[in-house]
Design a protein around this ligand. Structure first.
Ligand SMILES: *Cc1c(COP(=O)(O)O)cnc(C)c1O
Length: 429
């Protein structure tokens, strides 16, 4: 490991430390950041201010779907910036209409609202549900335990994890949690006030747990029976990451009746803009005009610049068949991760995921000798070791490691990632 990642010189160490000092004086300390200051990137590699190279299997948390400094994104940004960056939504622009059509084409009959982030896309779905149930006095949205839906006041109420709610009470009313992948529990939880059920197709922050086909199909039937909206949060698992445009399309591809499945609303963000901040939600046709003029708005959302970038990303993914490539490479990596779980059961308990949304479940911290006495979680300590080995990964919960690389990750880069993972795991076994 040492020869691959030499220690930075004293001068460079000072550079990292001075950057960190500027942060500690001026930036709200709401993030527990790793001790890395990044400077630039190319493809699936990023470089820190010390010139150290990292293989980026974190992908900016499932955002940089074409990697770093992709020429097509640079071109879309610069060409569109020369024409029109922003207009507000008082007017029509060509890119927003085209982008909405591209999204509708890939999900199903309906319409799209463009936002600036994932949490705003979810907020739109909450408002859609409230409006849908308003005249009947229904407002309650059921969400799953261990879910993650963002950090606004409504979204932390929706998120099924206590850690995001702590000290921010009283919670926004109208959200209740049900166990994930448990259809009976969903049925039992419905009250006269319930108007919608919202889940992630694959829980991301919660530890990379896919919904089962039976759960998705069962929720669809249950929502039809009880006149509820079925809402999917596709912010992390969407945009071809699983090998299909949306995760429900991959999860249900072999399920009888799966081809007819559609949610009533679906939120997107992360990879949609490939690093340019943007989000969107799609609403199924019968409800697509529910949010009428004046009901919802954003100043920045759907700007010509954002939409030009998103359109270019669709074009590149399609042209280079990155969906199929993500699927093939992801399936190979999952097999490798499962092999590591078999060879090193004292360190790795399990591996799961779909396409390039992968999770490695570590053993309990106490049973990994090198981690037992550290005050950080197993996930954080493991991530630090991966950084030292020159690979970026994302921790989730206390002992899940997530891999969310670019969809254009190359086979030899995937191989490099797996061998670095194996080195680190071996050193802990
Ligand atoms: C990241 C994420 C969000 C929040 O998106 P932001 O762009 O950070 O607001 C919501 N839901 C899921 C599933 C996410 O992974």
């Amino acid at each position: 490991m040492k020869d691959i990642v030499p220690s930075p010189s004293a001068v460079v160490r000072n550079e990292y430390e001075s950057i960190r000092d500027v942060f500690s004086k001026n930036v709200v300390p709401s993030y527990a950041r790793f001790e890395i200051a990044l400077s630039h990137g190319a493809g699936s590699y990023v470089f820190d201010v010390a010139g150290r190279r990292y293989l980026d299997l974190a992908g900016g948390i499932a955002v940089n779907c074409l990697g770093h400094a992709h020429p097509a994104i640079i071109e879309a940004l610069t060409e569109q910036a020369k024409k029109l960056i922003h207009t507000s939504n008082l007017y029509y622009t060509v890119p927003q209409g085209r982008l909405a059509a591209e999204i509708v084409k890939r999900i199903g009959p309906g319409k799209v609202f463009l936002s600036n982030s994932g949490v705003e896309a979810n907020e739109g779905l909450f408002k859609l549900a409230r409006k849908f149930g308003h005249d009947e006095g229904r407002f309650e949205i059921l969400t799953a335990t261990n879910s993650f839906h963002g950090r606004t006041l409504a979204a932390i109420a929706a998120t099924g994890q206590d850690k995001v709610k702590k000290d921010f009470d009283p919670m926004t009313p109208g959200f209740r949690h049900i166990p994930y992948n448990d259809l009976d529990a969903a049925r039992a939880a419905i009250s006269p006030a319930t108007v919608a059920i919202l889940i992630e197709g694959i829980q991301g922050e919660g530890g990379v747990t896919p919904a089962t086909p039976a759960y998705l199909l069962g929720l669809r039937a249950l929502c039809d029976e009880k006149k509820l909206l079925l809402l999917l949060d596709g912010v992390q698992d969407g945009h071809f990451r699983t090998g299909k445009y949306q995760s429900f399309q991959r999860i249900l591809e072999a399920a009888p009746g799966g081809e007819k499945f559609l949610p009533d609303g679906l939120s997107m963000a992360k990879s949609l803009g490939g690093g340019f901040p943007m989000g969107a939600f799609w609403v199924r046709a019968p409800h697509a005009d529910l949010l009428g003029p004046g009901a919802h708005a954003t100043t920045f959302g759907g700007s010509p610049l954002a939409c030009a970038v998103a359109l270019k990303i669709f074009e590149v993914i399609e042209r280079e068949h990155l969906d199929a490539q993500a699927r093939k490479l992801g399936d190979w990596m999952l097999d490798e991760l499962k092999r590591l779980a078999e060879v090193y059961p004292s360190v790795v308990k399990n591996a799961r995921g779909l396409g390039l949304m992968l999770g490695l479940e570590l053993a309990e911290k106490e049973s990994i000798p090198a981690f037992a006495s550290g005050d950080k979680t197993a996930a954080i300590q493991f991530t630090n070791r991966m950084h030292a080995a020159g690979v970026l990964v994302v921790p989730a919960g206390t002992r899940i490691i997530r891999l969310l690389p670019a969809l254009n990750l190359k086979p030899q880069e995937a191989g490099e990632g797996i061998s670095k993972l194996e080195e680190v795991i071996k050193s802990l076994a």
